[in-house]
Each structure stands twice: as structure tokens, then as C-alpha cells.
Design a protein around this ligand. Sequence first.
Ligand code: DWN
Length: 395
Amino acid sequence: MKKKFLNLGKQPITNSFLKDIDTKTINKEYFYNLSVGFNNKNYLVSLMNHVDPKKQFTNQYAHRASQSKTMRESFKKTAKKLKERFKPNNCLEIGSNDGVFIKNFKKKQIIAVEPCTNLAKITQSEGYKTYGKFWNKKIASIIKKKHRKFDLIFSANTISHIPNLDEVFKSVSMVLKEEGVFVFEDPYIGSVIQNNSYDQFYDEHVHLFSLISISKIVSKAQLKVFDAEITKNHGGSICFYVCRKDSKSIETKRLKLLKKKEIKQGLHKLKTYQKFSNRVAESRKKLVQLLKDLKKKNKKIISYGATYKSATIFNYCNIGKELIDYVVDTTPNKQGKFTPGKHIPIISPEIGFDSSVDYAFLGAWNFKREIQAKEKNFINRGGKFIIHVPKVKII
Ligand code: DWN
């Protein structure tokens, strides 16, 4: 049974960056109630109600995974590691975004599935076979007929976005070779609890995984997790290594240790999530108070990174233009638009990150190091960043 433990209120679709904010556009904006629950049977944390994926993963999808140096380097490293460890002849990527991972493979060696057709077109135009489809049994069956089965299936920041996990894993099973490996990485619920990063909950993050939850869920598709590791990506992610139940792969030591750690952290208990929910409410109070105090002192505050995560923060905390003047972001197709729900203007850092800025809230806190290194001038002239994880503070 799924029990609700967190209510983040009325929220927009995080990918719906508005082109203008006239009354007609605002009246048409779609909102839903974002609340999160814990299933005490399979330990899965997921949204109580999910949004229709067709509303989310459109041909106007904004996020480009290649925008940050950190992620370009991370995917390059991952591709190298997987090639060395599993020596795959052929690979499939589920959710290839702008090709940040597949670009590390030869065109003949990898194919991809990506439902946002504007993104699929990018990799298609570069010569990578990309199906502009949602991952499900239908596309798995088409791919199986055309390309047979795969040594390596990879997916990053995608599986947690798909409501029907049973179908996800059954579809993977259809195209995975007998000794093939399915490697997937998504934000880690253990890190969310530890860092109080409640902004990892938004419409696209339908589930946040733990090892104990995924071990149970993949089992229904006759698969098993044989290895798992916690990575630094996106403020704390978990990478699962999955194979067929009857595969020769054996459980690694670090997998066993991680299972123990999760039990110690209480990821199998509703109480852990209820306590987290209290800390989230505290965090909201502190953040709003801090921004209001700075505003009273006539300080100019902007937000750095028009992240999907920050849509959760701004809408949950009711933070709008009265506190944040604008948001800066390097992504060209976010610039000139307005943030979902609170309608804060988004502009390029070249224009907006000038000497008039006193404080920058780190909407992209997961790239804190990259941004601090890039923005030395801002720091040297006394500019300060504000962060909300693990605690609200000025850094
Ligand atoms: O899973 C998802 C993750 C991986 O990406 C999604 N469903 C959608 C998206 O979520 P997000 O927007 O929270 O992701 P990021 O990667 O934290 O977004 C960072 C944003 O900040 C990008 O729009 C690029 C921008 N940025 C910037 O303007 N200057 C980033 C860096 C590092 C910079 O220096």
C-alpha cells in the first residue's frame, strides 16, 4: 500500500517554460497536486498521481544534458568504464536526450530510443539510429525484430520518469542477451533524505529509487540486481547493474554493503519519510525568511540555472518575482521564456549575471563546483550564492 508522506502543493509541468505571460497563456497553464508516497510492500517512493507523459515529453523538450561540463565528462567516463568492464558488441540507450552518452560510441555500435522528437532529431542528424518513441513493449518488439538483442542496455535519468516500471523491465528483458547487462542511473532517494533535496520531486521524477526497492521490482521481470553504486551525479544518484536471474553474474560486495546501509538509514520505513517531510517544511520557512530579509536590505537576488528542480522550490515556497528578479541559464531554448508556475523571466548569464547582482540562489546546486569555478569574478567582488541543501545558507 502507498502511504502519502509529503505534499508539495499545486505544481506546474516543469518542462512548460512559458513563451509569454499574457492572461490567455496563464489561464491555460496546467497544474496538478504534487504529493509523494511510500509503498511499504516494495519500498518504492513515488508520486501519488503522475502527469500524462504525452504532456511532458513533447517536441518542445527543453533540457539538454550536454549543457554542463560536469555531465559531459561524467558520461564520457561512464561509457569508458562500461566498455572496459562489459566489452559490448552492441548497445541500446533508453532516453538519449541530446546524445551526451551515445556520442562516446561508434555509430554502428549503438542505437537509441528518445520520446522527445526535437531531441531525437539531434542524434539522428548526427548519424545515430534513434527511435523517437516512448520505451515500452511495442518499441522493444520492433527493435528486437530489427536489431535482435543487446550486450549492454544503458539509461540515465529516464527510468525514474516512467510510471509503469513493470512494463519497463519486461521490455528490457525482451531485448537483453542471455548474459547481457542493463545499467541505469537515476537520482537516489538515500541522498534526497540525507541532503533534504526535496526539489528532486517533480512531475518527471515519478519514482525515486533505492536498492531495496529496485531489487524487488526487477525480480518480477525475471531480472536481478548484481551490482549498484552511489554516484555524485545530480547531487547523489544510484547506478544499478541488472542481469537475467539465471545469469552467471554474482552479487558484488558493495551491493551487499549498500543494502545494509539502506536498512540502517531506514529506507524501508515510512517513519523515515515522515521525518523528512517535517524537515522539508522547515527548509521552506528558512529559505523564504532569508530571501525576504535580504530583499528588505535592498539586495538584488537572482537564481542560477532554470532547473526543473527549482520549479518545485519556487512553487512550493511561493517564491516569485518579488524575491527573485530573474533566472540565468545557458540553455538557448530556455532564454527569453518564463519559469513554470511562478513566471520568473529567464535570461542568459552574459546579460543577467552582471555587477548589479548581490545574491544568486543556486537552482542548479548539483553543479555548485562547476558554477563556483566559472563565476570567480562574482565571488571576488563580494557576490554570494545561496543554497538550500543540506541546509538553507549563504555560501
Ligand atoms: O532528470 C532530469 C535531469 C537530469 O535534468 C530531468 N527530468 C530534467 C533536468 O532536470 P534539471 O533541470 O533539474 O537538471 P539540471 O541538469 O540540474 O539543470 C541544470 C540547468 O542549469 C540547465 O538548464 C543548464 C543550467 N546551467 C547553467 O545555466 N550554467 C548549468 C550549469 C552547470 C551552468 O554553469
